[in-house]
Design a protein around this ligand. Structure first.
Ligand code: URA
Length: 197
């Protein structure tokens, strides 16, 4: 078992990692086309970590995950869970924007995996939410569609993992919001928190 780091130490480790990420050129196309890397943000000792897919145009400009339209919806979900964005740690499978927002390739995802795993190890969350199939497939090496992965806990190291629809999918399919809300109720119930009241 690894020793628990205090908040300042965790932030310092994340800062060192972010500096490494900012210089990364493992994916030549992404390193060439990005405005900047998008490392991750949030509470270095968050109990819940969110994992998305990859930066989009807004994230590439601002250097922060989930700040565009999908991010605004994610903020509403966080608020509905009676949390603040700063309570959570937010990262993506990729730290660079794929050109035209294409899906990450398997090679790109594996190139970036060490950074994600290091973030998970430093933050050491109790729960991870995989937002969308790219996050779920890459983290858990599963080929099931999200609809089949929902409603169960998976394990990733010490963390319990919940998979749900990506906020971008919810923008196109608002009727799936109720499913995501069910998934949040399920996660929070495991922490002893009843979101329904
Ligand atoms: N979509 C993602 O998956 N991640 C982001 O950071 C923004 C949009």
């Amino acid at each position: 078992t690894k020793s628990k780091l205090n908040k300042g130490d965790r932030q310092a480790e994340l800062d060192i990692l972010a500096t490494k990420v900012s210089k990364c050129t493992r994916c030549p196309e992404l390193a060439e086309t990005r405005t900047q890397t998008v490392f991750g943000v949030g509470n270095p000792r968050a109990k819940i970590m969110f994992i998305g897919e990859a930066p989009g145009a807004d994230e590439d400009k601002q250097g922060e995950p989930f700040v565009g339209r999908a991010g605004k919806l994610l903020d509403k979900i966080i608020e509905a869970c009676q949390l603040k964005r700063s309570d959570i740690y937010i990262a993506n499978i990729l730290r660079c924007r794929p050109p035209g927002n294409r899906n990450p390739s398997d090679l790109e995802a594996s190139n970036c995996r060490g950074f994600l795993d290091a973030q998970i190890e430093i933050v050491d969350p109790d729960y991870i939410v995989c937002w969308g199939s790219v996050a779920a497939k890459n983290l858990l090496h599963s080929d099931l569609p999200i609809g089949k992965m929902r409603g169960d806990f998976y394990e990733y190291g010490r963390a319990k993992v919940v998979c749900t629809y990506h906020p971008s999918y919810l923008l196109r399919n608002p009727s799936a919001k109720k499913n995501v809300w069910e998934d949040m109720i399920y996660l929070f119930a495991d922490m002893g928190i009843d979101l329904k009241t």
